[in-house]
Design a protein around this ligand. Sequence first.
Ligand code: SF4
Length: 405
Amino acid sequence: MTMESIKELFKIGLGPSSSHTMGPNLAAKAMLQKYGPDKFYQVTLYGSLALTGKGHLTDEAIIKVFQPERCKIIFDPSFMPFHPNAMRFEVFFKTRRIANELVYSVGGGTLVYEGKNQSPKEEIYPHENFAQIKEYIEDNGISLYEYVLQFEDDGLKEYLKKVIETMFAAVEQGLKTSGTLPGKLKLERVARSMHQHALNTRDGNDRKRLLISAYSYATTEQNASGNTIVTAPTCGASGVIPAILYYYHRNENMAVDDLVPVLCVMGIVGNVIKRNATISGADGGCQAEIGSACAMAAAGVAWILELNNSLIEYAAEMGLEHNLGLTCDPVGGYVQIPCIERNGFATLRAVDSAMYAKQLGYLRKNRVSLDAVINVMKNTGKDLNAAYKETSLGGLAKELLVDED
Ligand code: SF4
């Protein structure tokens, strides 16, 4: 078996970062459960977690679990070998060190413990890439949705409904909230005004695009404020998929039940990307987060438009291809600039990718497969300088300095 349940891509939790907040929080909870509350915990954050941990609230996510008097956080910007997001938990009983565990937060809230099986979750899908999946479903005369149902357990539909409802709650809360986002950037929330503006816009095309954008902003502003969101496939890229689903629900009258198959199609594309490349910004740059979300969302819109499997693949491929090379350079380490606007753009790009697939896909066979572009994304991520992989050492983070007060 080669791929985990798509449930692993859609985790409900607190923002602003699946790898930098949710993962460390889960790791700390696991340590506390294993060693107990009467110990002292020294946690060293390495690499990207050290360089952007303050802005991503990594230290707060850990301290919240252990309590300030029972833990100490050390920031060490050196990189550990397996993944740029590493944490060392040293556990002390009185003055004696009783445990020392190195844990990696590899994206989407997933943890890998050094020295243990690097894929702890059960793998349930037998195929490795999209070409194999496509061949299987076409040989068996089933849809992508039926393919997912064939390998997932009976609880999938209920879980995905809960995911969709959580996504919608985040959109609706974000549309109601105004004020300033937490952190030193003092960035104003805009989703609420953007939504009002969309409703007042007469041009139908602008209105649709502004509505979709407002839904995306609403979720990512909730994420930036540390509220409950769904990784899709990460917190940083959590605005794209909910915006598409909410638009079709609210503005095109699709019921939540009818959106479950859409999320399954999005999920299988995300699974193939996660299996063959990465969904972590610290590992592959923003192309791995926003590019993945855009590809997944594009496939979902193509499914809604009732395109065939090749055109769904084409839409997903474009969603990723045109985000290749996208750098991760969050200003001040906050998941705000460029992240919030970037989610909005990626959401529109997903819609456009599906439209291109629908309108152009019949003119010429796509020469670039989804598997090929995933491989390119992986290799591009390896080539990217570390300054552009969630370290806040390059790009916009270097250009827009945050006042230290
Ligand atoms: S720039 Fe992209 S990858 Fe980096 S934190 Fe923002 S959304 Fe995530």
